[in-house]
Design a protein around this ligand. Structure first.
Ligand SMILES: Nc1ncnc2c1ncn2[C@@H]1O[C@H](COP(=O)(O)OP(=O)(O)OP(=O)(O)O)[C@@H](O)[C@H]1O
Length: 452
């Protein structure tokens, strides 16, 4: 494997991201997203959630359990933290772990000192991430949105659960200590009111700085991201890959249908949407009517250009199998890592898409009109699709995918334009099925699904 990513570029540091903050400050959301992002770029990461360890002994505690004067509660919470720490150290010792995320309130200086020392002894860099939020309305919304449905309150009245959770927070507030000058030797980032102010201290290595950059870009404003391949192209019709061909007549019909398809997918009133395309003709042409009819701002990104198929550019899969049989087989064997001669692999595409993902995290509503391989990589990021699976996913032509991020997952809806197109999907060990003229064949219909 010749691919390089930022995991291998950086030193071989092991990092423990230590979440800090009162309950309902988005710690688990940040932890979950960071893990998904790291997995996508190929870095082995795992979340150790102290709450789930505590649930073994105390599945449904009441607010009083978290009272600092409750000795029994304190002892059990300490035991849960120790068990999570032990598992984390064992995971690092087993050799494959690069980033562990310790998801708990870690609300006192004493607790953080204990974590810091444990990590230090084991040669692990501790990176503290504190989320501070004093917006009472937002906290109440958070409680109602995610806490009343937590396993801690299973089967309980949501109103009673919300009140109990509020009291749980009050108990934590009694002992909570924000990270301050006493801890100035630690590496930390403080996110205040969902990143409207960010304080960064003592970041030492490349991986930590990438992580901090990612975390500080996260926002929680409601928004959607729409994904579409370009309309059917002339190359699609002849089964050739790569190139910079125009869209076909049916591709043009899709381009005309796209504004209506967007409306059908549900665009909230007065929503500003930005169109992103690649620099290749087929995506620009596919977004042309959408831009003209809506007046949405449009950006062209080189990073969204299709996977570069090098010497195979302009060939059909049959021709590739004939001319480069070994390469064809090698690609089937490990499609994610296979790099076309003089071209790219999926792994290379993910690396060049990293700034796109960062920008997407910062952005609100965006429609991305791009290419099959690029779309698979972007989709894999949002839907947490494993690397070995993502290059084989079917992303049909003339279909709009709407992704809506929720607190702990992304909701997906697909909208098909009723315009036939060739299928460019190729199963392992076969040549392209580009002769199949049924965009809708065997696909998932319109529907909603949430993945975590
Ligand atoms: N930086 C933030 N500040 C405040 N709220 C946030 C932030 N990030 C995400 N949220 C919101 O917080 C809610 C998720 O809460 P989450 O479960 O992640 O909190 P938590 O801090 O892990 O709580 P707990 O300590 O109970 O596990 C979501 O509704 C999300 O929109």
């Amino acid at each position: 494997m010749s691919a390089v990513n930022f995991a291998t570029q950086s030193d071989d540091s092991k990092i423990c991201v230590v979440m800090v903050g009162l309950p309902a400050r988005g710690k688990s959301l940040i932890a979950g997203k960071a893990m998904r992002y790291l997995g996508w770029v190929g870095i082995s990461a795992r979340v150790f959630n102290v709450g789930s360890y505590r649930r073994f002994s105390t599945p449904q505690p009441q607010a009083a359990f978290f009272d600092p004067h409750n000795e029994e509660g304190e002892r059990m919470r300490r035991a849960a933290a120790e068990a999570a720490m032990a598992d984390m150290l064992q995971w690092f010792n087993a050799g494959k772990g690069v980033v562990a995320i310790l998801d708990a309130t870690n609300s006192t200086k004493e607790r953080r000192k204990w974590i810091y020392e444990k990590c230090h002894e084991a040669g692990i860099e501790a990176l503290f991430v504190e989320s501070i939020c004093d917006d009472e309305d937002l906290i109440m919304t958070n409680i109602k949105e995610v806490k009343t449905t937590s396993p801690d309150y299973k089967g309980q009245d949501p109103e009673v659960a919300a009140l109990d959770f509020r009291n749980r927070i009050r108990n934590y507030e009694k002992v909570y200590e924000t990270i301050d000058d006493d801890e100035k030797n630690y590496t930390y980032v403080k996110l205040i009111n969902v990143g409207s102010t960010v304080i960064i201290n003592q970041i030492k290595d490349y991986l930590s700085s990438r992580l901090v950059y990612y975390i500080q870009n996260i926002h929680i404003k409601p928004r959607s991201i729409w994904l579409s391949r370009h309309g059917e192209s002339e190359f699609n019709l002849t089964g050739r890959i790569g190139g910079d061909s125009n869209i076909s007549e049916r591709g043009e019909a899709y381009a005309r249908a796209l504004p209506e398809l967007m409306r059908k997918s549900g665009v909230p009133e007065n929503t500003k949407i930005v169109i992103w395309t690649s620099t290749l003709r087929r995506t620009i042409q596919s977004a042309r009517h959408l831009k003209a009819e809506t007046g949405y701002e449009k950006l062209e990104w080189k990073a969204l250009d299709e996977l570069d198929s090098g010497v195979c550019d302009g060939l059909t899969y049959e021709q590739i199998a004939e001319k480069y049989p070994e390469d064809f087989a090698a690609r089937d064997e490990d499609k994610y890592n296979y790099r076309y001669r003089g071209g790219e692999s999926y792994r290379d595409v993910v690396i060049r898409l990293e700034p796109i993902i960062m920008e997407l995290e910062r952005s609100e509503n965006v429609i991305i009109v791009t290419h099959q391989a690029v779309l698979r990589c972007i989709y894999a990021y949002f839907m947490n699709v494993p690397q070995e699976q993502s290059p084989w996913m079917e992303v049909p032509l003339h279909t709009l995918i709407k992704l809506t991020p929720r607190a702990y997952g992304t909701e997906e809806q697909r909208f098909k334009a009723n315009i036939p197109a060739v299928s460019t999907w190729r199963g392992k060990g076969t040549s392209a099925r580009h002769q199949d003229f049924h965009a809708a064949e065997g696909e998932k219909g319109e529907g909603t699904e949430t993945k975590h």
